[in-house]
Design a protein around this ligand. Structure first.
Ligand code: GLU
Length: 499
């Protein structure tokens, strides 16, 4: 074996892609890139009933979304293919023969319902249920009879009954498992497909995997994998089991916690570079206070030995904070490019804006990017830039739009703004503040109702800058409309709505 590091990400193409899977993929990728090694994508579709091509597509998309690539895999090929397990069935047969000949594997005829009944008895006796080895000692004649009965069979691996299996794990340290606790696992199913354990061990060997980096849920499986390696005379790779990713209530991250599918985060408007950074810090840290770190910095500093053993918590607020940091720091033009498809989808922008309109969008983005945590919040919070068809928020109604003196203020403002020859923020600001002075009220008493009228909200970027980016007639129209609505009592607070 050459000295090159070789790691694999080995997802099962069943269902959606969990954020935990992406985390595992990322840590493999980081390690491979840090070590100048190879990243392999292997598709573990041994669950032939649940594997689908759609799920496979979702995996590709998820990996590509955060910018992970692979050196070998089903789509890019490689020296050790095929990289899809269902295309490797003959290969597993060879290794099976080796186990059968060595007496380390045997045919099992127990039916699922019989196994369940026996497990039930063990549970009732307070014994941890495991395969009881009923078929382990069958003679060839007995097997013949069972076959003649038409019984289906699977193949089990004969595990060691005594002693311990010791795992030297880069992250978890030394872990020992008592061999007497596990029963003989199935390695070839009745369908003649291999099980995960068997295919995984054979492929890790044949693909010359040096480091198996995977979720800690697989740590107990490693006991079986190491025994299979010993039985087949294979070298044991180095193991690194990544800590659990928990939800905020410290239970394992699951659908109960809301979004867990990678596509959910895409849809919610996370930037892939922020998600990359956020996931990298789940279970690993550079050893100092750094949090917002460029991809190259993370690769430079990444090490498995610095990964944490204890679980990390997927804190959604922190993820949003980080995303906001990326949005803030991103060049407005680049961010506008990311936002355009979402705005088009909402009917707020045209797919091919003119140069002038594009420049305008970049200015809007520049003004808003400091305060929007997600791409999607830009679209909802910034709606008023694109259309006069926005909601008046309850807080705006309660504080400014439900007052007798508001319509008049807005109307005087209309008169003044209509007359302006220049439509820029210093002129607008001078007008608004001048009016406040004339009325002998604080500037806030004009600024807030004006913002509530023009944007429907009480918060946002500088009012004068945002008004500058709106059309003068449009602003005047919004002020007039709002004054009328207030007079008609149509902007009273909404009684049943929580803010
Ligand atoms: N197919 C397994 C999974 O998706 C891979 C486990 C491993 O990396 O060995 O969890």
């Amino acid at each position: 074996m050459s000295g090159q590091v070789r790691v694999r990400f080995a997802p099962a193409p069943t269902g959606y892609m969990h954020i935990g899977n992406l985390h595992t993929a990322l840590f493999n990728w980081l390690f491979a890139r840090r070590q100048g090694g190879a990243m392999i994508l292997r598709i573990e579709d041994t669950d032939e009933l649940r594997s689908t091509s759609d799920a496979l597509e979702v995996i590709y998309q998820g990996l590509k979304w955060i910018g992970l690539d692979w050196d070998e895999g089903p789509d890019v090929g490689g020296e050790y293919g095929p990289y899809v397990q269902s295309e490797r069935l003959d290969i597993y047969q060879e290794y099976l023969q080796q186990l059968l000949e060595a007496g380390r594997a045997y045919e099992c005829f127990c039916r699922p319902e019989e196994l369940e009944e026996r497990r039930e008895v063990m549970r009732a006796r307070g014994i941890p249920p495991k395969y009881d080895g009923r078929c382990a000692q069958l003679s060839e004649d007995e097997r013949e009879d069972l076959r003649a009965e038409g019984r289906e069979s699977c193949i089990r691996f004969r595990v060691k009954e005594t002693g311990t299996t010791v795992i030297q794990d880069i992250i978890q340290g030394e872990v020992c498992y008592d061999n007497s606790l596990i029963g003989d696992p199935v390695i070839i199913k009745t369908s003649s497909f291999p099980t995960y354990h068997f295919a995984c061990v054979v492929d890790d060997h044949l693909m010359q995997i040096t480091h198996v980096i995977r979720a800690v849920e697989h740590l107990p499986n490693t006991q079986i994998h190491i025994q299979l390696q010993e039985a087949l005379g294979l070298q044991t790779p180095q193991y690194a089991h990544l800590p659990l990713v928990l939800g905020e209530d410290r239970s394992k991250l699951s659908k109960r916690h809301g979004a867990v599918a990678v596509t959910d985060y895409q849809e919610q408007g996370f930037l892939p570079e922020a998600m990359f950074n956020f996931l990298a810090l789940l279970g690993w840290s550079p050893g100092d206070e750094q949090e917002v770190m460029a991809r190259e910095r993370i690769v430079e500093q990444f090490s498995l030995a610095a990964c944490d053993k204890s679980p990390s918590v997927f804190d959604v607020q922190k993820a949003e904070w980080m995303n906001g940091e990326y949005m803030k720091r991103m060049d407005a033009e680049q961010l506008a490019e990311r936002l355009l498809p979402l705005l088009v989808e909402e009917g707020l922008m045209e797919p091919q804006p003119s140069a002038q309109r594009w420049q305008w969008l970049v200015q809007v983005v520049d003004l808003m990017k400091e305060r929007t945590p997600l791409l999607t919040t830009f679209v909802t919070w910034g709606r008023y830039f694109f259309t006069g068809d926005y909601e008046y928020e309850n807080r705006a109604r309660q504080k400014w739009l439900n007052r007798e003196d508001t319509p008049e203020k807005l109307e005087v403002l209309v008169e003044r703004l209509q007359l302006l020859q220049a439509w820029d923020h210093p002129t607008i600001e001078g007008t608004v503040r001048g009016l406040a002075e004339e009325l002998e009220v604080s500037a806030a008493k004009v600024i807030h109702p004006c913002r509530a009228a023009v944007t429907g909200t009480t918060i946002g970027p500088s009012l004068f800058h945002l008004m500058e980016l709106l059309d003068q007639d449009d602003v005047v129209g919004r002020l007039q409309r709002t004054a009328q609505l207030v007079r008609a009592g149509e902007l009273a607070p909404l009684p049943n709505e929580n803010e």
